[in-house]
Design a protein around this ligand. Structure first.
Ligand SMILES: NC(=O)c1ccc[n+]([C@@H]2O[C@H](COP(=O)([O-])OP(=O)(O)OC[C@H]3O[C@@H](n4cnc5c(N)ncnc54)[C@H](O)[C@@H]3O)[C@@H](O)[C@H]2O)c1
Length: 509
């Protein structure tokens, strides 16, 4: 395996600068080139400022900072890359410009020099196609900001020599990063795994299930994510995230799981891009989100009788236990008595489907989401059908908020909000595993470090929530909506059938 001592970085923008920083900090010599020579000088000044700050915080000595700065050499000509062991390109995201650069580099560097691309959306195989030695072209996908985002994807193109990927894995570790290995497929691991959250969040909003704000709040306070889809898209900006949604959908030949939403097309056209334009899914004043006030919990209805439908066994048990904690003993008759609130606990189905299937009184029926547990203090989500009357909706809101836990009331939805978004995220991750893009371990590492998802990554999260329950949610959604986007990945279905975990790989032959 090739040992790397000197690297050439092409492109001194946000990414090239970050890559130069972590390499120099690890004692690796860096040559930095950009078509705009002033960008290289600006990068060295910015790097010096970063290192001086680290010195001030006692995280680096001043001699280490001096050495790091000296190891980043500004180059005015690509010819100065003749003796580097590796080139990482971080230039403009255009296939022909990157291919031209790689071809030019082949005429300058040694035959065994590795050529790496930091592309986030182009195929490594396609980039390598024009090269004389396509086997030396590998993907090296860092995230922004490079020094803080500690994960890097090492991507093998169809013709890459795996030994070069191994060398990049070792180099990433020397630079203090966690490398994950991916096969060349659209979105690699992180941008592929990130499809579920935004796309399903948008579909949920498009069906008028809940407001953008309510969907975000549910994802944070019920499902345990750091951010909901609309906060995330406002941060990234729709000028970036909308084209990525369209591009990955097309690259997978209109895979329904990745079908984008007209909501983002429309808002992009209208300039509602997010924080950067002062308005996105939220309005911003002085950089702060303007939030709608939540509806207050209505007064507790004394003497209320509650019947919990026994159709979904674990949901039923969780709901009944919560009611007892809230001081209400659920009625245990076989059928709901007159004038009792009817609580159903579906997985993946909407309230209307359960009402119709069991011939319940729709005006008194509400659904409670039991998928994430119902501990005090955690947000609870209840769902009403079009037939639920305001009287019974308010009664349910008061009841489930009796201990002070926040409650969000949403409109009817196959899979509430949290169930459908989280099951979609898990399903997409399962399909990444099924396609052999990466190992289950690397999928969880990449997605938890790259996207900050909770639970140790989507596969571990699926195991913790219960694979059978996740499968129930997906099948319920597919049955209720008829939409193929919810079909369970074979990876998930087979592991549920075999009683294995989502992280189980086939035994080696
Ligand atoms: N910014 C991100 O969040 C991010 C994250 C991961 C990957 N990437 C990828 O990294 C690459 C660079 O992104 P960035 O955000 O640093 O861009 P940037 O616009 O900040 O910097 C690109 C730099 O490349 C230079 N450049 C353009 N064409 C060149 C050429 N032919 N030869 C030499 N220099 C050239 C430009 O002058 C500029 O300084 C892109 O491929 C992008 O998709 C970006």
């Amino acid at each position: 395996m090739k040992h790397i001592e000197t690297i050439g970085v092409v492109g001194a923008g946000a990414m090239g600068r970050g890559i130069a920083q972590i390499a120099a900090q690890a004692g690796i010599r860096v040559r930095l080139f950009d078509v705009q020579p002033e960008a290289v000088e600006a990068a060295r000044i910015a790097l010096n400022a970063v290192w001086q700050k680290l010195v001030a915080k006692d995280r680096m000595t001043s001699s280490q900072a001096d050495a790091a700065l000296q190891s980043v050499v500004a180059c005015g000509d690509l010819a100065e890359f003749a003796d580097v062991d590796l080139v990482v390109e971080a230039i403009v995201e255009r296939l022909n410009v990157k291919s031209d650069l790689l071809r030019r580099l082949e005429g300058i560097v040694a035959p065994d020099c590795i050529l790496a691309s930091n592309t986030s959306s182009l195929s490594i195989t396609a980039l390598a196609a024009a090269c004389e030695r396509p086997e030396r072209v590998v993907g090296y996908h860092f995230f922004n900001p490079v020094a803080l985002m500690k994960v890097v994807e090492v991507i093998d193109g169809a013709r890459s020599d795996p030994r070069h990927g191994d060398a990049l894995m070792a180099l990433a570790r020397r630079m203090g990063h966690t490398p994950v290995r991916a096969r060349d497929m659209p979105g690699f691991i992180v941008n592929h795994g990130g499809r579920g959250m935004n796309i399903e969040g948008l579909k949920t909003a498009q069906e008028c299930v809940a407001s953008f704000q309510d969907i975000d709040v549910i994802m944070r306070e019920q499902a345990g994510f750091r951010m909901g889809p609309f906060e995330l898209m406002d941060l990234t900006g729709l000028d970036v995230s909308h084209p990525v949604m369209e591009s990955i959908y097309r690259q997978f030949y209109d895979e329904p799981r990745f079908r984008p939403s007209p909501i983002t097309a429309l808002r992009t056209a209208g300039g509602l891009l997010g924080r950067k334009t002062g308005e996105g899914f939220y309005r911003y004043e002085d950089g702060q989100k303007v939030l709608a006030t939540e509806a207050a919990t209505p007064p507790f209805p004394s003497g209320i009788a509650v019947w919990v439908a026994p159709y979904h066994s674990s949901g039923h048990r969780r709901a009944a236990a919560l009611l007892r904690e809230l001081g209400v003993e659920p009625v245990t008759s076989e059928l709901p008595p007159r004038d009792a609130l009817i609580v159903v606990t579906p997985y993946g189905e909407d309230t209307a489907t359960v009402v119709a299937e069991y011939q319940l009184d729709g005006s008194r029926t509400v659904a409670l989401d039991t998928f994430f547990g119902l501990e005090a203090g955690k947000r609870r989500v209840i769902m009403c059908s079009a037939a639920t009357t305001p009287h019974w909706r308010n009664a349910a809101h008061a009841l489930f908020g009796r201990d002070g836990s926040p409650v969000t009331v949403i409109a009817d939805s196959a899979g509430f909000v949290g169930q459908r978004i989280v099951a979609t995220i898990i399903n997409v991750a399962c399909d990444i595993a099924q396609q052999g893009v990466a190992t289950p371990e690397d999928i969880d590492l990449a997605i938890s470090l790259g996207l900050g998802y909770p639970g140790g990554g989507p596969l571990a999260l699926g195991d913790a929530l219960g694979i059978a329950h996740v499968l129930d949610v997906l099948r319920g959604m597919q049955r209720t909506t008829g939409d193929m986007r919810y079909r369970p990945s074979l990876w998930l279905q087979r592991r549920a059938q075999l009683g294995l975990t989502l992280r189980a790989t086939p035994a080696a032959t």
